[in-house]
Ligand binder design. Sequence first.
Ligand SMILES: Cc1cc2nc3c(=O)[nH]c(=O)nc-3n(C[C@H](O)[C@H](O)[C@H](O)COP(=O)(O)OP(=O)(O)OC[C@H]3O[C@@H](n4cnc5c(N)ncnc54)[C@H](O)[C@@H]3O)c2cc1C
Ligand SMILES: *[C@@H]1O[C@H](CO)[C@@H](O)[C@H](O)[C@H]1NC(C)=O
Ligand SMILES: *[C@@H]1O[C@H](CO)[C@@H](O)[C@H](O)[C@H]1NC(C)=O
Ligand SMILES: *[C@@H]1O[C@H](CO)[C@@H](O)[C@H](O)[C@H]1NC(C)=O
Ligand SMILES: *[C@@H]1O[C@H](CO)[C@@H](O)[C@H](O)[C@H]1NC(C)=O
Ligand SMILES: *[C@@H]1O[C@H](CO)[C@@H](O)[C@H](O)[C@H]1NC(C)=O
Ligand SMILES: *[C@@H]1O[C@H](CO)[C@@H](O)[C@H](O)[C@H]1NC(C)=O
Ligand SMILES: *[C@@H]1O[C@H](CO)[C@@H](O)[C@H](O)[C@H]1NC(C)=O
Ligand SMILES: *[C@@H]1O[C@H](CO)[C@@H](O)[C@H](O)[C@H]1NC(C)=O
Ligand SMILES: *[C@@H]1O[C@H](CO)[C@@H](O)[C@H](O)[C@H]1NC(C)=O
Ligand SMILES: *[C@@H]1O[C@H](CO)[C@@H](O)[C@H](O)[C@H]1NC(C)=O
Length: 779
Amino acid sequence: MFTRLAVGLLPLLASVLAQESTSYVDPRNGITFQGMTDPTYGVTYGAVFPPLASSGPQPTEFIAEIVAPVAAKWIGLALGGAMADDLLLVAWPYNNQIVYSTRYTTGYVQPTEYDGPTITNLPSTSVNSTHWNWVFRCQNCTTWLGGGMDVTSGGAWAWAYGGMAVDDPANPQSTFAEHTDFGFWGEIMSNGHVSSATYNAYLSGQSSSSTISSSSATPTSHSSTSTTSTAPTSTPTPYDYIIVGAGPGGIIAADRISQAGKKVLLLERGGPSTGETGGTYQAPWATGTNLTKFDIPGLFESMFTDSDPWYWCKDITVFAGCLLGGGTSVNGALYWYPTDADFSTSNGWPSGWQNHQPYTSAMIARLPSTDAPSTDGKRYLEQSFNVVQQLLTPQGFRQITINNDTNSKDHVYGYSSYDFIGGKRGGPVATYFQTAKARPNFTYKDYTMVSNVVRNGAQITGVQTNDTSLGPNGVVPLTPNGRVILSAGSYGTARILFQSGIGPSDMLSLVQSNTAAAANLPPKAQWINLPVGMNVSDNPSINLVFTHPSIDAYENWADVWSNPRPADAAQYLQSQSGVFASASPRMNFWRAYEGTDGKTRYMQGTVRPGAASVNTTNAYNASQIFTITAYLSLGITSRGRIGITAGLNGQPIVNPWFQDPIDKVVLVQALKDIVSSISSVPNLTLITPDNHMTIDEYGYADEFAQATMDSNHWVGSAKIGTSSANAVVDTNTKVFNTNNLFVADASLIPALPTGNPHGMLMSAIEQATAKILALAGGP
Ligand SMILES: Cc1cc2nc3c(=O)[nH]c(=O)nc-3n(C[C@H](O)[C@H](O)[C@H](O)COP(=O)(O)OP(=O)(O)OC[C@H]3O[C@@H](n4cnc5c(N)ncnc54)[C@H](O)[C@@H]3O)c2cc1C
Ligand SMILES: *[C@@H]1O[C@H](CO)[C@@H](O)[C@H](O)[C@H]1NC(C)=O
Ligand SMILES: *[C@@H]1O[C@H](CO)[C@@H](O)[C@H](O)[C@H]1NC(C)=O
Ligand SMILES: *[C@@H]1O[C@H](CO)[C@@H](O)[C@H](O)[C@H]1NC(C)=O
Ligand SMILES: *[C@@H]1O[C@H](CO)[C@@H](O)[C@H](O)[C@H]1NC(C)=O
Ligand SMILES: *[C@@H]1O[C@H](CO)[C@@H](O)[C@H](O)[C@H]1NC(C)=O
Ligand SMILES: *[C@@H]1O[C@H](CO)[C@@H](O)[C@H](O)[C@H]1NC(C)=O
Ligand SMILES: *[C@@H]1O[C@H](CO)[C@@H](O)[C@H](O)[C@H]1NC(C)=O
Ligand SMILES: *[C@@H]1O[C@H](CO)[C@@H](O)[C@H](O)[C@H]1NC(C)=O
Ligand SMILES: *[C@@H]1O[C@H](CO)[C@@H](O)[C@H](O)[C@H]1NC(C)=O
Ligand SMILES: *[C@@H]1O[C@H](CO)[C@@H](O)[C@H](O)[C@H]1NC(C)=O
């Protein structure tokens, strides 16, 4: 249900959420609720609470309502703002009644029955031709296994919207496909209390005879529906190269291959991003300009607090961008030119890939970096740089211009470097995509989902899309000798391979048991067993949070979307300069470590004002907080596995962080080293962990083995190599045991580079594209 609410990334305080509840009266029942209407689906969520106790325990119940258009096939509500470890309420209409249940899950899987709360429907519960309206009393609903809500103040609540009917609507415990969408808001409970008399009046006349309660039924098995389309189509256009996915990998491949004169189709499941590409999603203060959320660097932190984050892939349980530009339209844009070690054979690359410099130079020629992104050349909000500089200098660190001295990654620091251009998000969308688009040989089609390639044994003949205007049943064909390149990201590419009958048999069996997807699988005799999804990497990372009197925490970025500092917003709109011309990081630093296994590992530090979460019982000044995130990068030995659920959602199956305990020892040592000189910086205070906890206790705590580690840098699900025993693509990036299927995205990267990966990835795709074009047998 509520996927990817990665705890470490989400400030869970209501006050920092983009949307907060307000007071409204539902005219049909006269109840004054504290709630909100989500703007996309028009579903209203509200709650009202009994009076607060002046002493002793607080009330443990409330009255709530969900008013949903009939297009909403089911709705979920998470009372703590996240899918995992929360009390979840799920409801849908059936035969003019509301079917509901309370549920719970500890992971990103189908939530199951949860007993304890008592739900009683109130009389204004109803279903009419346009809406269903569930009004109910929820008792014993403010605490649950491992959590609870603070009715004296407020907290994050989350909604989930299901556009597809549940499997067995008469059964309150029915299974259902993953939500179509989700969002969250700050429920300001402190504004939602009424007197006892009013509360009792709201409750009066309660009756629930028109509902099916959650306790009486038993779960049934999952049933699937086929979505195969049979609509008639026009004659399809064949292409020399069909490239699936318009992230950095797909865009660079499409640009270089169309430049070589080939007829190229680039398919993207999402829609426009920046204003230049037709995007229109704007902060209220930027209306009337062409500047979208994806243009303005200073809105980066708001990616994680948006009440309607439509730009994330809804069917992948970690953060992934599903719009033009993929991750590069939603990421922090930290951009490092690759080091020679990044492409070394000891970092997993096959021989023949070490001479990256011509490709890196080609990338820099198209997309140079900047460490002073404001158009006036000045640096803003630099206090955290200055403080950490004082911290690192006694440890022997020296300052460099990071992308001028690429191979220096030990005891160095510098200003954060970005691929912003002219004070706006630049990246591949503003560069490579623009030149591709201008060519008659290039066709771009967005809002087009590819489920699988169509193949006859080793020969790929086309791709299966969901758009029947592109070909019979949505199949787009290749020209003779044509090729398909998968660039759908580490999760997306793996899933397309599974749905094409390529991968480990356990994943292919999941596809086979899904009725719709099974229809497109080749016969079992043609399945190709390759280690798709095996041995993937992501950087383990741990945050240290500090305060210092010189820091401007910028309201922890909470106001940048709806209520920015007026002078900063005006300056940015006028000239794309000032605080908003940069994402939040201000400094990066690196240090090399030798582990007890004799292997060298690198630690990257990223410094930014603000913090995703603070854990201290000491008083501190929230206006003066900043974070150092310590990542383990080049040389990590831990690996994980990614795959799909029975519902075909992409997910980690084995978490990749700290599988090797030496990785953890090294990162915890790095944390200790970072704080070792803290006494040399007057008034610098570590608040997470605070003085009640040692770095060892903090670093070895269980939560750091969990998904809070996610750095969104997944690589290696279709690794490059020389043998199909441990790689998916060969040294030309062609999928083993196929004639004409290639991969060009983060999936092929065998191991992480020294810094955030997209700079190294783009150089790798420049090199991959040259090798694909040079490979005989193509169009
Ligand atoms: C929140 C976040 C912050 C990050 N910060 C940084 C950073 O500061 N610096 C850095 O270097 N890296 C960062 N990264 C990582 C970086 O963005 C990724 O490594 C990079 O985008 C991967 O590129 P890709 O081409 O492999 O895939 P993606 O960027 O994921 O692109 C895949 C594209 O394919 C499309 N697609 C997927 N499936 C299908 C399908 N079936 N049919 C059609 N289209 C499909 C998607 O919509 C998407 O547009 C961050 C990532 C995230 C999520
Ligand atoms: C309240 O709910 C919890 C589960 O969250 C359950 O263990 C407990 O028994 C319930 N209390 C009552 C009084 O029903
Ligand atoms: C149906 O219910 C909705 C929501 O409660 C209400 O706004 C609408 O007026 C109702 N329509 C009719 C025809 O009663
Ligand atoms: C494709 O590109 C080549 C080289 O630029 C050109 O000669 C050819 O006419 C183009 N074909 C189409 C269909 O645009
Ligand atoms: C917005 O972009 C369009 C197309 O690029 C351009 O014609 C227009 O002048 C731009 N408007 C503003 C306000 O920048
Ligand atoms: C970094 O390198 C660029 C290009 O060579 C050069 O223009 C710039 O002056 C250098 N900057 C610093 C600070 O050395
Ligand atoms: C195909 O899927 C995309 C992504 O989910 C969606 O936006 C688009 O509307 C779908 N197209 C059709 C024709 O169903
Ligand atoms: C917060 O810190 C306390 C000790 O100070 C610790 O017991 C607890 O586990 C920490 N919680 C989290 C979520 O880190
Ligand atoms: C907290 O920090 C801000 C910004 O430095 C400062 O203006 C304010 O006075 C501080 N508050 C307290 C209570 O010290
Ligand atoms: C540190 O804090 C003390 C008071 O606690 C204050 O007197 C002093 O000026 C501060 N020093 C700096 C460098 O801010
Ligand atoms: C995954 O990595 C482990 C440890 O390095 C190795 O033994 C195994 O062969 C790898 N598996 C694949 C499929 O590459």
